[in-house]
Ligand binder design. Structure first.
Ligand code: NDP
Length: 306
């Protein structure tokens, strides 16, 4: 069996592969580049260390109603680790035998490690975001004035990371006010004196409110399609500023194009994807994320170009 096919619950029910197996579960999962990234990194590790020769990473199409059963079968099938992507990160949270304290405030897990008592949950998305901002934009979340667009799962994780790393201020902007208010409520006990506020995207020239040095992070799905509207109007964002878009496919969203046209430094979400993956692999193998990230980045770029 190759690492590439899209597998299902039926394949799990009869799983009998020897060696160390890892999996990613999602719905849909067909376009995930995680198998390409992880198998490239594992192949590189195996060249120097025979322990990794029989490690493989598989993708499973699992709708939300089958998540409980899939986690049971993966545990019974002796899978060593699991990644979760849309829509499972929040759904799986209540199904863990233990949760890393750093992952608790986000209420979501993306990396599971098999233990005798069940799955232990971690979240590497925040690490991935912080590493990508440093690598691509030279930005540190500590001390940054952050404008975060969105109030879904990715925004929640990013907001918690900003507060845990002690940003200077956090402003949330989201299309649906009720979702924005729910996120503000969740963050209130975590703020620890950091100013956290919510804004309507339609606010006239909102950007004038922000100090220079503002970091804008897009955690909405606006931009996945070329015809999507800009999630905010960047006019009057004081320089210097930087814009990071979590979307990596397409590589340049309308938001990044608008920012680049104003001379604002930009980066897409590819490095975040890579670094969250490398950190997950570190949890499973004990090998530093910085060692495997370059092989993952190369594989991700190749997979996206196909
Ligand atoms: P969710 O579905 O949980 O949230 C979607 C968010 O986008 C909501 O805030 C929603 O607003 C907003 N939104 C959707 N469409 C529009 C629009 N047309 N205009 C303005 N706002 C809009 O998704 P996730 O939080 O899981 O993911 C968000 C994005 O982040 C995705 O593009 C995903 O690919 C990317 N991502 C990238 C990662 C990486 O490693 N690079 C990791 C995780 C996510 P509303 O509340 O109004 O519905």
């Amino acid at each position: 069996m190759t690492a590439d096919p899209v597998l299902t619950l039926g394949d799990l029910a009869t799983w009998s592969r020897g060696g160390v197996s890892l999996a990613v579960l999602g719905h849909p999962i067909r376009h995930s580049v995680s198998p390409a990234m992880h198998n490239a990194a594992l192949a590189e590790l195996a060249r120097d260390d025979a322990r990794f020769v029989d490690w493989r990473y598989f993708r499973f199409e699992v709708p939300p109603e089958d998540l409980r059963r899939a986690l049971e079968l993966l545990h019974r099938g002796d899978f060593h680790g699991v990644n979760l992507t849309v829509p499972h990160k929040v759904l799986a949270f209540g199904r863990m035998a233990a949760i890393d304290p750093a992952a608790r405030p986000a209420g979501a897990v993306n990396t599971l490690i098999r233990r005798a008592d069940g799955w232990h949950g971690f979240n590497t998305d925040g690490y991935g975001l912080a590493a990508a901002l440093r690598e691509n934009l030279g930005c540190d979340l500590a001390g940054a004035h952050v404008v975060l667009l969105g109030a879904g799962g990715a925004a929640r994780g990013a907001a918690v990371e900003c507060l845990q790393r002690r940003c200077a201020s956090l402003t949330l902007i989201n299309r649906t006010r009720a979702n924005l208010d729910s996120l503000l409520e969740l963050l209130a006990p975590l703020a620890g004196g950091i100013p956290v506020m919510g804004l309507d995207p339609a606010s006239a020239d909102f950007a004038r409110l922000f100090p220079s040095g503002t970091l804008v992070i897009n955690a909405t799905s606006a931009g996945l399609k070329a015809t999507d509207p800009l999630p905010v109007n960047l006019a009057a964002l004081p320089a210097p500023a930087a814009v990071f878009d979590m979307i990596y496919n397409p590589p340049e969203t309308p938001l990044l194009r608008a920012a680049a046209a104003r001379g604002i430094p930009t980066a897409n979400g590819l490095a975040m994807l890579v670094h969250q993956g490398a950190k997950a692999l570190e949890h499973w193998t004990g090998v530093s994320a910085t060692r495997t990230a370059p092989a993952m980045a190369k594989a991700a770029r190749a997979a996206l170009a196909r």
